[in-house]
Design a protein around this ligand. Structure first.
Ligand SMILES: [Zn+2]
Length: 621
């Protein structure tokens, strides 16, 4: 998932577990110099003072996250290097970070982080802290380096040494005088340590690409960009109506990965990313289509750090230049917060929203604003929603719309369906929610969404919508963002799914994935939002086998569920789906899986083909 596997962080960022994660996890912070040793001196700044201030701020943040923090000094006293190591080595700490700021007679600038020679763990720690600090303060990135510093050599646990900024550089010294700047360094330190100390987990990632063209092959190039700088490229051809699935773990091992899928011969393709995760304690899967292009603004309606939920915002910058990023969160109660980041070229930023002030325990929606066009996504993991644990992920949308169509929705036993609406405007949105039931019956509800805030509608609680399949059509008088989240216990399979609605139904739409093999159930959900009935052809594209078509008539304003496992000839098959109609139809696919110890489900909106797809999220750790 995230930059350095924020997804893996979920284990301890989450919930009830959040108290567990802290217990027993000790970190040692070492503010460099002190007392008679001032460290670097210049431009009115004493290194020992800023080092201590940053360390104390980081201690507060880490303590707030539940860590136990051991300090080598908490005031302006001299502590020998030997004593610093002794304190660390007897503390039981699982990580050691020495906090310094730099000096140079040659006028240096920027941030660098050190680990001991050939220390594998130290390098991972240094990278995590380095990246998180650099992305927050935006100074020149001098990289992660190796050195034989005493405290790195003589500490028993993974250790790193951060040089935040240059005291001898008057511009950077001025920044160091600013408490807000020191706070940002401290936030980077705590985020980096948290990332490093996360429990190990397991992700598998797949990218499925469908060539919906019946006459031409598609020539496709996929770039995988790992957070640690590794890049892989794969080029292949996909036959007419064929599908190609990439097991990303095999392409780039043990990494947080962003991906770009590009057609090289003008044949547009349909692309989805599925991820399956298995942490100790809970597991599940999610699936999302990617972004068809880049944008300077992205919207997400869903997001929570309350109720045992962890929410990560992922931003991928495929540009050759760095980009400033502003993340604006809108709480349900109208409170907003803005947070600034810098995203280096060809890299991904993972933001754990529980580290953002004012959003430690809140429901919110998100707007991502970027200086240069980027792509944004959100991953959510939850440990105990009515006894259900799991996760879901969705690519953000670049634009609000006045209409949103959701084919899927179920309020029967074990299922909770929520519609989330974010209003990014300065005026109130008036929304008409039209619920469509299987027989063609409809129910209307009207409500407002306050300016700059988000609203959650629990469909199970809406009169008339109990224990039913339901499609939802939202009409808003001004453009808004809408998503649907479902939490389920489906025959013992527990997980959650999330989908953006479709802002515009299509006459031809596609689903790249589909599987009815052992342990997998696949459903295709159709919604006819038209005043007239609609004839629909659903074509199941079976690679190497052919096409199986079914025709049906959807009554006006109705919804239909196709349980693919029960369609004659489609049991135990892998397939893609093409949905064709003369009328515009909204379609989705829901999948549930039970692979022994791994269970879950996900849902995705059918889409139209595109020449390029971007995925910010991805993880093979
Ligand atoms: Zn120093």
């Amino acid at each position: 998932m995230p930059f350095l596997a924020a997804a893996l962080m979920v284990l301890f960022l989450l919930n009830p577990l959040s108290s567990l994660r802290a217990d027993g996890t000790i970190v040692c912070l070492d503010p460099g110099h002190g007392g008679s040793d001032p460290g670097a001196v210049g431009n009115g700044v004493l290194e020992k003072d800023v080092n201590l201030d940053i360390a104390l701020r980081a201690r507060n943040l880490l303590t707030g996250m539940g860590y136990q923090v051991v300090m080598t000094r908490v005031k302006d006293v001299y502590v020998s290097l030997e004593d610093r190591c002794k304190i660390a080595n007897t503390s039981g700490a699982e990580a050691f970070l020495s906090i310094h700021n730099n000096a140079s007679s040659q006028g240096g600038e920027g941030t660098e982080t050190y680990c001991y020679y050939d220390s594998e763990e130290g390098r991972i720690l240094a990278k995590a802290v380095h990246y998180q600090v650099v992305s927050r303060i935006g100074l020149k990135n001098r990289g992660v380096k190796e050195a034989g510093f005493y405290v790195l050599k003589n500490t028993d646990m993974p250790s790193a040494l951060l040089e935040g900024a240059f005291i001898t550089n008057s511009k950077e010294a001025d920044l160091l005088k600013d408490p807000l700047f020191r706070q940002k360094i401290a936030e980077g330190i705590s985020a980096g340590l948290a990332e490093f100390l996360r429990d190990p987990g397991l992700f598998s990632e797949y990218i499925s690409i469908l060539n919906p063209d019946s006459s031409k092959r598609a020539k496709v190039a996929v770039d995988f960009i790992a957070a640690d700088g590794r890049v892989r490229k794969e080029i292949f051809e996909i036959l007419q109506l064929g599908r190609h699935s990439i097991f990303v773990d095999r392409e780039i091992r043990s990494a947080d990965v962003s991906s770009v899928v590009r057609s090289e011969n003008g044949v547009a393709v349909v692309c989805e990313r599925s991820m399956y995760f298995d942490f100790s304690g809970f597991n599940g899967g999610h699936c999302s289509s990617g972004a068809r292009g880049l944008s300077k603004v992205w919207y997400l309606a869903e997001g929570s750090t309350a109720w045992g939920f962890s929410t990560f915002i992922l931003v991928f910058n495929p540009q050759k230049e760095q980009s400033k990023i502003t993340v604006r969160l809108l709480r349900s109660d109208g409170h907003t917060g803005s947070f600034e980041f810098v995203l280096p070229s060809l890299s991904r930023l993972t933001i754990d929203t529980s580290t953002l002030r004012g959003f430690e325990n809140a429901d919110f929606s998100t707007v991502v604003l970027a200086e240069k066009p980027v792509v944004a996504e959100r991953a959510v993991y939850f440990s105990d929603f009515k006894g259900i644990s799991g996760g879901h992920a969705s690519c953000a949308v670049a634009k609000p719309y006045c209409r949103w169509y959701f084919a899927e929705g179920y309020t029967g036993k074990g299922f909770d369906t929520f519609i989330l609406i974010s209003n990014p405007n300065k005026i109130r949105a008036k929304v008409h929610m039209l619920s469509m039931l299987p027989e063609g019956k409809t129910i209307s509800n009207y409500f407002g969404v306050e300016p700059m805030s988000r609203k959650t509608i629990h469909l199970n609680s809406v009169p008339g919508l109990q224990s039913t399949d339901v499609s939802t059509l939202l009409y808003s008088d001004i453009a808004v963002i809408a998503e649907r989240s479902v939490y389920f216990n489906y025959n013992g399979i527990k997980d959650g799914s999330n989908c953006f609605g479709s802002p515009a139904p299509l006459k031809a739409s596609y689903l790249a994935e589909g599987y009815t093999g052992e342990g997998f159930d696949t459903f295709v959900l159709l919604m006819n939002p038209n005043k007239e009935s609609a004839p629909v052809t659903v074509r199941f594209l079976l690679p190497g086998v052919g096409v199986k078509s079914i025709g049906l008539i959807l009554p006006a304003f109705s919804r239909k569920t196709i349980q693919v496992n029960n369609v004659t000839g489609l049991k135990g098959k892998e397939f893609s789906v093409e949905i064709l109609s003369k009328k515009r139809i909204a379609a989705e696919r829901a999948m549930y899986f039970n692979k022994g110890n791994q269970q879950g489900g996900h849902c995705v909106t059918a889409s139209r083909p595109s020449g390029v797809w971007y995925f910010a999220e991805g993880c093979t750790r």
